[in-house]
Design a protein around this ligand. Structure first.
Ligand code: FES
Length: 56
């Protein structure tokens, strides 16, 4: 599903970024561009990052 409509970032892309080495929300944001425009997706994006990091 899309987490960030402004940048077209999906939860899958966020997970992928973490599997590829990102280890914080900030790094995921820099790598994917998520939440870099309106910012409305930040809460959900942070949650996906948190969930993914706690799974690995
Ligand atoms: Fe992600 Fe707007 S929906 S920055």
């Amino acid at each position: 599903m899309y987490v960030c409509l402004c940048q077209g970032v999906t939860d899958g892309q966020i997970r992928e970024a973490i599997y590829e080495g990102c280890c914080s929300y900030r790094e995921v944001r820099e790598a994917t561009g998520v939440a870099t425009q309106c910012g409305k997706c930040a809460c959900v994006a942070k949650q996906v990052v948190r969930d993914t990091l706690s799974d690995i």
